[in-house]
Structures are given as structure tokens and as C-alpha cells.
Design a protein around this ligand. Structure first.
Ligand code: CP
Length: 311
């Protein structure tokens, strides 16, 4: 795997290796007072983010720092991108400074491919437009592997604004590859015209709670609707939200609750959900750091060698 742009760039061996590495990083560094390992000393990792982000940007930056790499950060508003420099020229410029890997989040689908096409250094897609967010899907799969003990055979409902969700697209692909049964739950205005053939529709969240092992909620991406006023939040909450009055039902069915964040509290989830024993939302955040350490070290370390983590 030279570049990680979509889930199609991954095979089982890649996923197994990333999971094993994430296990090692989690077990060996989580509880230690000094959390840094020297694995990527001397490497330079650039983070180019042209869209807001908390989890992805911070966890990638911290992952790189924990692995002892140097990090550089570029945003659209504070770099020469703002003056009209192209993505390609930005990448060529950074290459002259000896960048070893780029992590890019961009508002335009396909932006990471344009840099990957130059093949200057490995490129990791940290979310492009509505298209793909492969590292979110990997950390979601890893969270299920750790907390549910398996992925194969799990019935997973993705609920909410699927139309605008790169997370849904990447998860439909990766979780299917790992043997899960996928369901989509959303109003007609939030479903893409063509769902993957392996994804079945359910009518409401109540049906999902009754049928599924995992409820994976998505944020309504108000900023991507052409007319924000067309979203009827009250009607949405009635059929698609995990509201306080549904929590006991969800608890009795022992369903896992996930969300990639950020959460619109009081819209797709009521705040009480965070108290559920099987709410995995903050675990997704925590494991995300170790998964991203694993991805960076897997992509940058010499191929074919066992990766040894030592201090
Ligand atoms: N899940 C996710 O991509 O969150 P951020 O936008 O905060 O990075």
C-alpha cells in the first residue's frame, strides 16, 4: 500500500498488520509514563487540512509525534494555497523540504488523488468531500474488533445523513469486506440514489434497535445541504434519533452505539447516550490514536521487515 486514498487500497493483510500494530502500540504505550517510541525518528510528516477537524487532525499529529516524527501543518487559509497556488505545486514545494508522507483533508473529492498521482511520497486521505474517510473506517473496525470481539456476522445499521457522509461510504466498504451485514436507516432526503448492493434499508431506528448489534449514527451535515431550511429536525428525531425514551430499549437489546463525531447533541443522539455501557464513541476516539500510529508506521517503515516497538 503506497497510498491510502480509499478502502479499495487495503487488503486483508494490510488490515491485519494495522490491527496488530495498533494492539502493540496500545498495550505498550497507553499505560507508560513516557509514551514516545523512536520508530519514525528523522521522518517528516505534513498535515494539510483545508476543512475543520478535531479528531482526525489531532490524532494524526499526536500519532506522528508519539512515533518521534517531525510534523508540519498547512491550512488553506494560511498558506500560498490561499494565493492560488495549486495542490500539485504545494506538494512539489514540500517535497523539496524532504517530506516523507502527507495526510490530507480536503473539501473536494479527489484532491488526495491529485497529490498521490505525483507519487512524491505516500499520501493518506483524512477525508475528501463526500467521498472517503478510510482511516475513520479502519478505526471503527478496530473499535468493534476490540469491544465486540468480532466483526464477521455483526449486523450494523448506519443511521442518519448517509447522502453527505464519506464515513458511511468507507464503512460500507470496509465492514462488508470484514464480513459484517450492513443496513442503512435514513429519510429519503439523506439517502444517496445508489446504495451499494450489499446494504439493505430499514425503515426506522426502532427496527434497527430490534434487528442489529451495532447502531452507527451520523451527524446531519447541515453545511452540505443546499437549503438548510429543508431539514425538519423534529421529524428527523421522531424516526432516526437515539432519544432518551429509546435508550432503555437499546440497553435491553445490548446494542453497541457508535458515532464518528462531532456529535450534534440533541439531534441524532440525546446526551444520556454517553452513559450507556455499550456506547463506544469515546473509545473510537481513543483507539483512533493507536490506529493512526499503526497506519503511519505501516506506511513509512521498511517493507517486509517485522516492526519492533521498543524504547
Ligand atoms: N470523525 C472525524 O473525522 O472527526 P473530525 O472532523 O473532528 O476530524
Amino acid at each position: 500500500m503506497r497510498h491510502l486514498i480509499t478502502v479499495s487500497d487495503l487488503n486483508y493483510e494490510d488490515i491485519n498488520s494495522v490491527f496488530k500494530l495498533a494492539d502493540s502500540f496500545y498495550e505498550q504505550t497507553e499505560k507508560r509514563p513516557i509514551k514516545k517510541v523512536p520508530l519514525l525518528t528523522g521522518k517528516t510528516i505534513v498535515l494539510l487540512f483545508s476543512e475543520p477537524s478535531t479528531r482526525t487532525r489531532i490524532s494524526f499529529e499526536l500519532a506522528a509525534k508519539r512515533l518521534s516524527a517531525d510534523t508540519l501543518s498547512i491550512t488553506e487559509g494560511t498558506s500560498s494555497l490561499k494565493k492560488g497556488e495549486s495542490l500539485e505545486d504545494t506538494a512539489l514545494t514540500l517535497n523539496e523540504y524532504g517530506v516523507d508522507l502527507m495526510i490530507i483533508r480536503h473539501r473536494l473529492s479527489g484532491a488526495p488523488d491529485r497529490i498521490a498521482a505525483l507519487d512524491l511520497f505516500p499520501v493518506v486521505n483524512a477525508g475528501d468531500g463526500k467521498r472517503a474517510h478510510p482511516t475513520q473506517a479502519i478505526l471503527d473496525a478496530y473499535t468493534l474488533y476490540k469491544e465486540a470481539g468480532k466483526i464477521k456476522g455483526l449486523k450494523i445499521a448506519i443511521i442518519g445523513d448517509i447522502l453527505h457522509s464519506r464515513v458511511a461510504r468507507s464503512n460500507f466498504e470496509l465492514l462488508y469486506m470484514l464480513g459484517a451485514e450492513l443496513y442503512a436507516v435514513a429519510p429519503a432526503t439523506m439517502i444517496p440514489e445508489f446504495l451499494p448492493r450489499h446494504v439493505r434499508r430499514l425503515e426506522s431506528i426502532d427496527q434497527a434497535i430490534e434487528t442489529c448489534d451495532v447502531l452507527y449514527f451520523l451527524r446531519i451535515q447541515f453545511e452540505r445541504f443546499q437549503d438548510r431550511e429543508t431539514v425538519d429536525v423534529d421529524a428527523y428525531r421522531k424516526d432516526y434519533s437515539l432519544t432518551r425514551d429509546r435508550i432503555r430499549f437499546a440497553e435491553s437489546r445490548k446494542v453497541f452505539v457508535m458515532h464518528p463525531g462531532p456529535v450534534n447533541r440533541g439531534i441524532e443522539l440525546d446526551p444520556e447516550v454517553f452513559g450507556l455501557e455499550r456506547c463506544l464513541i469515546l473509545k473510537q476516539v481513543k483507539y483512533g490514536l493507536y490506529v493512526r500510529m499503526a497506519i503511519l508506521s505501516y506506511m513509512l517503515h521498511d517493507w517486509g521487515k517485522e516492526i519492533e516497538i521498543s524504547d
